[in-house]
Structure formats: structure tokens, C-alpha cells
Design a protein around this ligand. Structure first.
Ligand SMILES: [Zn+2]
Ligand SMILES: [Zn+2]
Length: 363
């Protein structure tokens, strides 16, 4: 009997709406609600002369009023007394209706709720875009105050800004609990634990995004802030960003605190989050030959004469000397499985097999 109750409720709401709105009372006074279930309302309206435009078909303003009103009734079918204001109405005209015809109006409201906000800062799930964030090619109007979605949804149903959640990484990495509702957010579907999320940003919606690697890294950096440049270094090795590596080393040399790693230490950093690989392991794994040569230049005892001319020239252009090469030879450093970079190169084959054969990777 629920539908009878909902029909009575929606009819009462419509009666109230009409008596409080001169426009509805004028344009839609003949409208009759004929059925209602939760989230779905059907009404009938027999058209008269007052709803016509000069061509004798239904006036656009009447259509818009119908959409506005029937949307409100569908929302009220969820048991609400008021539907709130429509902030955005879209009307597409696909046909015509004439005097004497009865039109059926079906409206649905699938989900009624308050706009979700970030569980940590309670702000809307949007981010203000920097003008730099715009793609000049696709965006003609670049200006301040533009926003993009920034909505990270955990499996517990809580929403967060990307940065607001990442700021909680140290706690999440230990507890694997939602920082808001304390539900377990890690999944055990694969051998590796995961924290599966849905992230909506200006690029669209990413389903099944595992953020655990990022949470782990952020938590690690929170505990070991001096490792931040080293982590940037490893990323550059993996991406083959040789100019980035040289710039980073120079920046560290120029502006270094007591606790910070020296350039020579940074070059020999071994990743505690990834099997203690060095940058050289990383460069070989990601097939970055330039980066591998640069690391040999900066952190191995390979004689300068053994380098190909283009490597030597590139190092000169970047003003990268070999003063950091004297400490431990990066080629001798082993990952957790005791593999050197040369062992990795052996497995990679291809050009790497050639370098192994030439002995340049032997520490
Ligand atoms: Zn937030
Ligand atoms: Zn939660």
C-alpha cells in the first residue's frame, strides 16, 4: 500500500505548491497527479488555449514549468515536503502538443540527498584551478575562480579531497581504516593489499584506482622528510629525466641542511619501498639508457674513456662532472634479492645484453 501513501503525499504536496505559486496555478492548474511511487511520479495535463504559443503548440515556458514542477514532485515522492530550488533545468524539445491533447508527464528522482562534502575539511568536493592547469589548446577562457571536481570516494562511502586524504597517510598506512568513519578500506582480493577508490577530477572519473602505493609513500616521507629529494631522484631515473637528475644534484649541493643527503649519497640511494633498488636498477628496468649512462658517469668508477662520445658530450653540456663518482660504485649495490644492476640488465636482454657483454655494468 506504499504507493497509495506516496500518491496521497505527492498529491498533497502538489496542492500546496499550486496554492503557493501563481505561475503554477495559472499554467498548470489542470495538472493531475495519477500515480506515484518512491522516486517516480506520473501526471496528466490536458492542454488548453492558455498553454499554447502563437503557432498553436505547447509554449516553451509551459514545458519548462512542467519540468521544474514534476522534478520537484519526484523528489517529494521520497517523503519530503519541499523539493528545494531547481538550480539547473535543461529542456529538449522533441515534439509538439496541441490544444485538447492530454500529455503524460513522467518524472523520476533516483537519488535524493545533500551535496557530498569532504569528510575532513567539510568543503565542497571541488578544487580551484590554477591558470597553469588549463590546457591552452582546449580551453579558450582562462581565468581565476575556475573550479574542477576533486572527489575521492572510498569503499566505505566517504568522500574526500585528494590532498585532504593524502595528508592522513601516516595514520591510514598503519590502520588501513577510513579516517572519517573508521571502516576498513583495504581490500584483500589480490595477494597485494589495495585501497581501491574512485577518483573524479578534471580529467574525468577513474574507477578502481588503487591509492595504497601513494599512501605508503606519503607515510614514509612523513616519517623521513629528508628522503623526499631521493624519491624524486628515483622517479627521474625511472622516467629517463637526465636533465632533472643533474639539476636536482646541483640544487642539493647549493642549498643543503645538515640532515640532508649529499649528492653522492643521493645517487646511491636504495629504495626501501621497492626492494632496495638503486636508480641504476630503476633506469635499466624502465629501459632508460641515457639515465643509466648518466648514473655510471656520476656514481661509478667506469673510466671516462669507456663512455661513448655522445654521453661524454651530454655530460659536458649539462655541466655534470665526475666528482661524485669516487664513493661506492653504484654497480656494486644489490637489491633485497642480492641482484646488482648488471643482473637486472642480463634479464632485460636487448641493448642491455650488449652493455653486459661490454662489461660496462660490472662493478
Ligand atoms: Zn577536504
Ligand atoms: Zn569512511
Amino acid at each position: 500500500m506504499a504507493s497509495t501513501t506516496e500518491l496521497d503525499h505527492v498529491k498533497a504536496v502538489w496542492q500546496h505548491m499550486r496554492s503557493n505559486s501563481p505561475i503554477y496555478n495559472f499554467l498548470l492548474s489542470e495538472l493531475e497527479v495519477v500515480s506515484a511511487t518512491k522516486g517516480s511520479v506520473t501526471s496528466h495535463l490536458t492542454l488548453g488555449p492558455k498553454q499554447m504559443n502563437s503557432s498553436g503548440t505547447i509554449h516553451g515556458a509551459v514545458s519548462a514549468a512542467i519540468v521544474d514542477m514534476s522534478g520537484g514532485l519526484a523528489i517529494c515522492s521520497h517523503g519530503l515536503e519541499k523539493s528545494g530550488a531547481s538550480i539547473d533545468i535543461h529542456v529538449t524539445y522533441i515534439g509538439q502538443a496541441h490544444v485538447g491533447e492530454t500529455i503524460a508527464i513522467e518524472s523520476t528522482a533516483n537519488k535524493v540527498g545533500r551535496m557530498e562534502t569532504c569528510k575532513i575539511c567539510a568543503q565542497e568536493l571541488k578544487i580551484e584551478l590554477e591558470p597553469d592547469d588549463f590546457d591552452e589548446a582546449t580551453s579558450s577562457t582562462v581565468g581565476a575562480g575556475q573550479t574542477a571536481p576533486d572527489d575521492l570516494l572510498l569503499t566505505c562511502g566517504c568522500h574526500f579531497h585528494w590532498q585532504c586524504l593524502l595528508d592522513e597517510s601516516p595514520q591510514i598506512a598503519i590502520s588501513m581504516l577510513c579516517p572519517s568513519c573508521s571502516s576498513i578500506i583495504s581490500g584483500a582480493t589480490s595477494e597485494q593489499p589495495q585501497v581501491i577508490t574512485r577518483y573524479h577530477n578534471e580529467g574525468g572519473v577513474q574507477e578502481n584506482l588503487d591509492i595504497l602505493p601513494l599512501i605508503t609513500e606519503e607515510a614514509y616521507l612523513d616519517a623521513n622528510p629528508t628522503a623526499r629529494p631521493a624519491r624524486a631522484f628515483l622517479t627521474m631515473c625511472a622516467e629517463g629525466d637526465v636533465a632533472g637528475v643533474v639539476e636536482l644534484l646541483k640544487a642539493i649541493e647549493e642549498d643543503r641542511d645538515e640532515d640532508d643527503m649529499s649528492p653522492a649519497e643521493l645517487l646511491r640511494y636504495q629504495d626501501p619501498l621497492d626492494e632496495m633498488k638503486t636508480g641504476l636498477h630503476m633506469a635499466i628496468e624502465k629501459n632508460q639508457q641515457e639515465a643509466a649512462w648518466l648514473l655510471l658517469w656520476l656514481a661509478s668508477s667506469l673510466p671516462t674513456a669507456a663512455f661513448p662520445d655522445e654521453v661524454t658530450q651530454a655530460a659536458q653540456v649539462m655541466n655534470a662532472g665526475r666528482e661524485t663518482a669516487d664513493a661506492a660504485d653504484i654497480r656494486s649495490l644489490r637489491d633485497v634479492q642480492h641482484r646488482t644492476a648488471e643482473d637486472w640488465a642480463q634479464n632485460m636482454g636487448g641493448v642491455w645484453a650488449g652493455l653486459v657483454g661490454a662489461g660496462v655494468l660490472r662493478g
